[in-house]
Design a protein around this ligand. Sequence first.
Ligand SMILES: Nc1nc2c(ncn2[C@@H]2O[C@H](COP(=O)(O)OP(=O)(O)O)[C@@H](O)[C@H]2O)c(=O)[nH]1
Ligand SMILES: Nc1ncnc2c1ncn2[C@@H]1O[C@H](COP(=O)(O)OP(=O)(O)O)[C@@H](O)[C@H]1O
Length: 401
Amino acid sequence: MGEAPAFLVDDLQNEPLNGFELKSGTCKTTTTIGDKTYVIGGADDGTLSIEVRIFDSSLGEWVHPTVYGTKPLLSKGHSAVSLNDRILILKKGAKSDDQIWFLEVDTQYVRKQQKQLGTEAVAWSKGVLGNVEKPVVISGPSGVGKGTLISMLMKEFPSMFGFSVSHTTRAPRNMEKDGVHYHFTEKSVMEKEIEDGKFLEFASVHGNLYGTSVEAVEVVADAGKRCILDIDVQGARSVRSSSLEAIFIFVCPPSMEELEKRLRDRGTETEEQILKRLRNAAAEIEQGKSSKIFDFILYNDNLEECYEKLKKLLGLSGCVAAPPKSAALREFNLPLDHSVSKIDDKIIINCISSGLEKESKNLIMLDVSTLKGGAPARTRGLDFQAVGSFSDGLIGMEKLS
Ligand SMILES: Nc1nc2c(ncn2[C@@H]2O[C@H](COP(=O)(O)OP(=O)(O)O)[C@@H](O)[C@H]2O)c(=O)[nH]1
Ligand SMILES: Nc1ncnc2c1ncn2[C@@H]1O[C@H](COP(=O)(O)OP(=O)(O)O)[C@@H](O)[C@H]1O
């Protein structure tokens, strides 16, 4: 909280413009939602990223919120449109993969942070055109065969699935490669990154720290692949309550004796570690079966049969491996000169370009009705349509719907 620069207070008092540039050249926008006016723009603390400040009219005070997520870098200006729980930011003159952003102000994620902090918080999430299929979360006790099943899936459908490479503080096994099986990490480094909000979930498992970074899941989705996460039950519970929509599968052993045999035969753990994993297995199986986290329970008795069942529930039976889907099917370029309006869940972007003879206009319609994901990760599910190009007269808005 603090004193506001005079020009901002004046401008807000004169006219709280919803979504449009405060003053030409200031590169700031104001968006009012309820009692709060979000002033977005300008660089903070020399980092060249976009700053956010809030004027709370019920208190008559300025608030400096805690800002989560990767902040967008400054551009030559931007437009802002309120979607009530978040503000859509369209950066002018930015590259096509950097022009759509969301400042979340009242989403589930932001409310959770506000509750924890006891102060105002907002979160940035980058917008991505197009969709990917729901990630697949696979959990189960150590030695049940999760890794084996995942390897079979990735081998048969290499272009369809991508593995979320977790971080862990445990030591690598003989054949394990850093960055492929895990990101092997120092505990202090991982703890700092968790504190910085870089992890979707994390848990202490068998005495080591494991976690899924936001980036681990996003890089797979960016490649247009379906992400597979091999995480424990605590991690699955965290993902279940996050903004990531996924399918949750729990893999069970046919018996504890068979589980012990597989762990011993694998030969990757010391006796002490094997005993610890077996002790934890009973509780994991109990939680996996009863917790309502999981959509499906698979018994891994006969490996081939279990793999067939896994493929069936992922809709892959009799399926031929398909080429990867492009995450962003199409793209558009947002010119410097444009204006933005909103009709229901459609954002109408009016692009103006001056040619030699006459001014021509293009309309782009951005559909925000099926947004998916969000902070601390990217926001997907955005679709757009180039509605038309015209050089004279006005296109009535009714033609857009
Ligand atoms: N919560 C969470 N658990 C993880 C993550 N990565 C791996 N695990 C779980 O940690 C446990 C131990 O994994 P690992 O050391 O590879 O041993 P393994 O399961 O016996 O092969 C397993 O239950 C994994 O599913 C992660 O990113 N988050
Ligand atoms: N259905 C099965 N029958 C017999 N052995 C199996 C079966 N599934 C996996 N295994 C073996 O059990 C061991 C543990 O499997 P792994 O995939 O490493 O388990 P997890 O990743 O769940 O810890 C491996 O040696 C693997 O070859």
